[in-house]
Design a protein around this ligand. Structure first.
Ligand code: FE2
Length: 199
């Protein structure tokens, strides 16, 4: 199976002035595409060739894992952003209140963790086995599939996500990114998990 680069769910200039067209051209068109190309080269004629992306992430290691996970992570990241204003669903808001005290407390907790994260990696909001929200950070290509949690949203804190627009000012990028979160996507991920656990 050949993996293909997802289309962005918006135009390259749609997130301006928060995230520039140039950043997306590099981030999606060069970095994300590069991981796909490398993955396809690496899995050719191996046992991973016919597996789904998630199956590869869960069963591989080293270079194949790094490239497969980076494809999965970037798919999640780009699908999780929109310039359209949205809000967390009632169910998600209830979880923020139960598990973090309030939505504002969650925001502060998430952004502080993302700003303070050392090096390149990903911040994730996930659901654990007990149905609680968990904030997880992973270096390099890590993601919640490794901890058997269900991912709801992610923020890319590799410098390539923000260097063109903000140089090394990660906090400035995070502030802009927060305003672009597609809460419909995050809420739908929670809803899908609920339905799966009920079925
Ligand atoms: Fe990235």
């Amino acid at each position: 199976m050949t993996h293909t680069l997802m289309d962005l769910p918006f135009d390259e200039s749609a997130l301006e002035p928060y995230i520039s067209k140039e950043t997306l051209q590099y981030h999606h068109g060069k970095h994300h595409a590069g991981y796909i190309n490398k993955l396809n080269t690496l899995i050719k004629d191996t046992k991973y060739e016919d597996l789904s992306l998630e199956e590869i992430v869960k069963t591989s290691d080293n270079a194949i894992f790094n490239n497969a996970a980076q494809v999965f992570n970037h798919n999640f990241y780009f699908n999780g952003m929109s310039k359209k204003i949205s809000a967390p669903s009632k169910d998600l808001l209830e979880l923020f209140i139960n598990d973090f005290g309030s939505f504002e407390a969650f925001k502060e907790f998430f952004l502080e963790a993302a700003e303070g994260f050392f090096g390149s990696g990903w911040l994730w909001l996930s659901i654990d086995d007990s149905g609680s929200l968990v904030l997880e950070s992973f270096s390099n290509a890590g993601n919640p599939l490794l901890s058997d949690h269900t991912p709801l949203m992610t923020c890319d804190v590799w410098e390539h996500a923000y260097y063109i627009d903000n140089r090394n000012a990660r906090a400035v990028y995070l502030d802009k990114w927060w305003g672009l979160i597609n809460w419909n996507f995050v809420s739908q991920n929670l809803q899908a998990l609920k339905q799966k656990r009920l079925s």
